[in-house]
Write a protein of this length. Structure first.
Lengths: 370, 262, 86
């Protein structure tokens, strides 16, 4: 590949193809729509299939069916569409289907849906949250590797900005472990052998012919536990070593927060940031380490505050946590946030620094207020 | 007079050849927990034997819905992809598109297909998906113990239509085969029954035709199979075949509704 | 004493039977009869065979519990039976 100016949705599509994705199904919905458009063009060029599903229910079902044959597959929508898919995603997890799921979300109110999902039962879905197009290219490919390594759906959590921002990028294939499914996938080859394969959320008898549904659920729980322990939590941190205030944000807003923090640092404020990249598993240890010594941790989200719960859980009361975000939308409600503005965020963070005005010698805020 | 009865514990000592084994060969474990007189194992046998008849035993993927028949998922000797309630046609679509060389079938009940997932089968048919969907239609949710489905006949008693299904209160039954036959993507649509040996033979022929349509790549194929559910119908097992004839069949009339090869 | 032309026979897996009776009506020559008092281990009545089976497979095809194995004799038998006293 070579460097090209690509919208995020096209870069993600290219990254999926580069990762080996050969089946995609989706239903149009802003801001996910363009990913579907690009997959509809790109997959046939590599011998793959893109299905214009009649609803999100069909979309996730088709992807499940293709994935069960060992064909690297993906589907997606926005949070609303993913709500429709939750039943299937929950059971696909119990059926141990490797599937990449995109949420090109509107704002950030789908954090709980993503990290507490996929839905009913005791299943989990790892969540990767890129902040920009270049990172989406690598995380999209990582999603396939994780999905296959752990035989579990993996969610890529993007947003309107990610889908629609054009960046100069090089969609290079990331070398990852081969997406192998030959020891479980359905190809018809074991039919009529007396030992035909079964891929089922109800259990496939792989723990012995007499194994029960309960046995299956317990085994799935063990697999989930191993998966969450086995996936390295990822986060970016900056300026945290001597930070008095640590700001936590994820996804596109984190890029703006990072810029505001960097600016305040240059202005002399002892402020740092942590940007969780894996939302599940949540980078709790990285965060706890980064916040050590800080007097407050401020969480910015474009929502009423959801990740803030995970931040509190990670810090276990060691540092006070405050929520400094709010829902910020343009009139369409699709995800353009007026709050994602350097000056606004700087002011917002100054408010946080001012809360700690008791320690003026550390913060040096008088200078900043000029 | 016990001596009227012939010994049947062992194969005959006289020269003879086997013409039908206990269960179909694509069923690993014949024993199951379905109720006495259930029509679903009868239909399943016909489907499995037809798969062998068309020579697809070694390349079939069966997508199974949620109902009493789900109990067979573990004991079939065809690869099984277990679907959610109502969602089998989409999974079958994904599997078939990914592996066109496979014979892909679905097995669903009326509750699964017509109640929970009606849009799935209609869209799959409209797409002309090269899969074969089988619907076991007994007009009740058997697994929950006999509740009304979308195919329940008017007047039929179920646990939540104790005085019989009443159009004013419960609406009219859906004839899903007829709906599917209207769709251009459907190449073969038939409705059979397993309430007597003759109907079983006719239904098996329909199943074979449907599978051959898929193998020929002619489009979507569909066979609805009326099955007995004496438990959910609250009738004695010997009376269930006649109940099917008098209650379900008048609404869901058996026959070939569409065959593009004719 | 008369004889009945018998072209086939069945093996019946009595223990698999759930006593549904479907085979009784399905059998064209009507050579299957349910027990009245005898039951299998699970308490179900089960079918027994009298002379006259044609090996047509109807019982096997209709049986929900896969209780029948059907054979056709290479040479039809003439099975002697008592006069029908019923």
């Amino acid at each position: 590949m070579s460097v090209a100016l690509l919208e995020g949705s096209e870069a993600i599509a290219d990254a999926m193809v580069a990762a080996g994705c050969r089946f995609f199904s989706g239903y149009p919905m802003t801001p996910f729509t363009e990913v579907l458009e690009h997959m509809a063009t790109k997959l046939p060029e590599v011998g793959g299939t893109c299905m214009n599903a009649e609803s999100e229910l069909e979309a996730v079902g088709m992807a499940w069916g293709a994935a069960a044959t060992g064909t690297p597959s993906a589907t997606g929508s926005t949070g609303q569409g993913l709500s429709l898919m939750q039943e299937s995603l929950s059971e696909a997890t119990l059926a141990r289907i490797p599937l990449v799921v995109l949420n090109m979300a509107r704002a950030q109110g789908d954090y709980w849906q993503a990290t507490r999902g996929p839905g009913h039962g005791d299943s989990r879905m790892p969540v990767l949250a890129p902040m920009d197009v270049p990172e989406a290219i690598t995380l999209t490919q990582l999603a396939f590797e994780l999905a296959y390594r752990w035989r579990n759906p993996v969610l890529l959590f993007g947003d309107y900005y990610l889908a629609h921002t054009a960046s100069s990028v090089d969609v290079t294939r990331v070398e990852h472990a081969p997406l192998r499914a030959d020891d479980w996938a359905l190809t018809g080859a074991t039919s009529g052998t007396g030992n035909a394969r079964l891929v089922s959320p109800l259990g496939s008898g792989e723990y012995g012919a007499e194994s029960s549904y309960a046995d299956h659920l317990v085994q799935c729980a063990h697999a989930t536990e191993a998966m969450l322990a086995g996936i390295e939590p990822l986060a970016e941190t900056g300026f945290c070593d001597d930070a008095d205030v640590v700001v936590v944000a994820f996804g596109t807003p984190a890029k703006y927060v990072r810029a505001a923090v960097t600016r305040l640092r240059a202005e002399g404020a002892r402020i740092g940031y942590v940007r969780p990249i894996t939302l599940l598993p949540f980078p709790s240890e990285i965060l706890a380490r980064a916040a050590r010594g800080a007097r407050t941790v401020a969480v910015y989200e474009n929502s009423q505050g959801q990740m803030v719960d995970d931040v509190r859980l990670a810090l276990e009361g060691a540092v006070p946590v405050q929520f400094i975000g709010r829902l910020s939308l343009d009139s369409s409600g699709f995800g353009i946030a007026p709050d994602l503005d350097g000056d606004y965020l700087r002011d917002r963070l100054l408010d946080v620094l001012n809360v700690d005005v008791l320690n003026v010698d550390v913060l040096n805020v008088e200078v900043l207020d000029d | 007079m016990t001596d009227r009865f012939l010994p049947t514990a062992l194969p005959p000592v006289e020269a003879a050849h086997l013409v039908d084994d206990f269960g179909p060969s694509l069923l690993d474990v014949a024993e199951h927990s379905l109720c006495p007189g259930c029509g679903e194992p009868v239909a399943l046998r016909a489907i499995l034997e037809a798969i062998e008849d068309v020579g697809a035993a070694q390349r079939t993927i069966g997508v199974i819905g949620i109902g009493c028949y789900t109990a067979f998922a573990n004991s079939l000797d065809i690869e099984v992809l277990q679907a959610l309630h109502g969602r089998a046609p989409s999974l079958a679509t994904g599997a078939k598109r990914a592996r066109p060389e496979n014979l892909v079938i679905t097995l669903q009940g009326d509750g699964d297909m017509v109640n929970e997932g009606l849009q799935e089968v209609l869209h799959t048919a409209a797409r002309g998906e090269r899969v074969t969907c089988f619907m076991l239609d007994n007009g009740v949710f058997g697994e929950t113990g006999g509740h009304m489905t979308a195919t329940t006949a008017l007047g039929q008693r179920t646990k939540n239509t104790l005085d019989g299904r009443d159009a004013e209160q419960h609406g009219f039954p859906i004839r899903v085969s007829n709906l599917i036959a209207e769709l251009d993507g459907a190449a073969y649509v038939a409705r059979g029954a397993v309430n007597n040996a003759g109907n079983v033979a006719r239904t098996k022929k329909m199943i074979r035709s449907a599978l051959e349509i898929q193998e020929a790549g002619l489009g979507f194929s569909f066979v609805e199979i009326l099955t007995m559910c004496p438990t959910g119908w609250f009738v004695d097992t010997p009376d269930a075949p006649d109940y099917l004839t008098s209650t379900l069949a008048p609404v869901h009339a058996p026959g070939v509704l569409k065959d593009v090869t004719l | 004493m008369t004889t009945v032309l018998t072209r086939g026979t069945v093996v019946i897996d009595v223990e698999a039977c759930k006593g549904c009776d479907l085979c009784i009506d399905a059998c064209p020559p009507r050579v299957l009869e349910m027990t009245v008092h005898e039951v299998n281990t699970r308490g179900y009545r089960y079918p027994r065979l009298v002379a006259g089976c044609t090996g047509c497979r109807a019982c096997a095809q209709i049986c929900p519990d896969f209780c029948f194995q059907v054979y056709k004799y290479e040479q039809p038998l003439e099975i002697p039976v008592l006069e029908d006293l019923s």
